[in-house]
Ligand binder design. Structure first.
Ligand SMILES: Cc1cc2nc3c(=O)[nH]c(=O)nc-3n(C[C@H](O)[C@H](O)[C@H](O)COP(=O)(O)O)c2cc1C
Length: 186
């Protein structure tokens, strides 16, 4: 009997997951993946505006909205930040006041905006990938070239670009740990 209940739980969990993948609101959240293979091609200004709006709409502690978004369309500048960018890629740098490490709440706010930008790009059919690797170098030497507001430092950036369509997001994403190993219901 215990075995039967166990398999029922696994089956209904899987069925709920597969069903949720068709839910338009949940689809981008459950199906996203960090793009690796970008293809050349531009992103329309209208789409960029929508993607940035997703960042602006992110929640923040006390609604402080501590972020600034720098949309890097210039190919030479983008290459200096992420050397292997593909033609047409756009980098959206999320920055906040301070040295980029001091305030946990501010970093959390910026992380939420970063995630919203990353998901919005994929919801519109683009590939996207979050980067923090280039952030220290950016903060050391590229702040003024990027025109970051005075006293601001970059926290993360999202690379957005074309990918071969249709992307199979579920198989493209790396596997995640099993829910049983990291979720507790009480
Ligand atoms: C905070 C954060 C920082 C990341 N920094 C980098 C980075 O510097 N370079 C990179 O190639 N990918 C970076 N990634 C992408 C992750 O490696 C990727 O999201 C993760 O491996 C899951 O990949 P998947 O969505 O394809 O399963 C970063 C992701 C996050 C959330």
């Amino acid at each position: 009997m215990k075995k039967l209940i166990f398999f029922f739980c696994i089956f209904s969990g899987l069925a709920a997951f597969l069903g949720a993948q068709e839910n338009p609101g949940l689809k981008p959240i459950l199906n996203h993946y960090a793009a690796r293979n970008f293809t050349a091609g531009s992103i329309s200004r209208g789409d960029l505006d929508l993607i940035v709006q997703a960042g602006i709409r992110a929640p923040s502690a006390n609604n402080r909205q501590p972020w600034h978004f720098t949309v890097v369309q210039n190919a030479d500048l983008a290459k200096r930040i992420v050397p292997n960018v593909t033609e047409g890629n756009v980098l959206i740098v999320v920055s906040a006041a301070g040295d980029g490490s001091a305030n946990v709440r501010q970093i959390l706010d910026c992380a939420l905006a970063t995630e919203s930008i990353y998901l919005a790009a994929q919801a519109l059919g683009y590939g996207s990938r979050i980067y923090t690797g280039p952030i220290d170098a950016l903060n050391r030497s590229l702040k003024s070239d990027l025109g970051l507001p005075n006293g601001y430092s970059a926290v993360a950036l999202v690379r957005v670009g074309r990918v071969q369509a249709p992307a199979d997001a579920v198989s493209a994403a790396s596997s995640r740990n099993a829910a049983g190993s990291m979720v507790t219901y009480k």
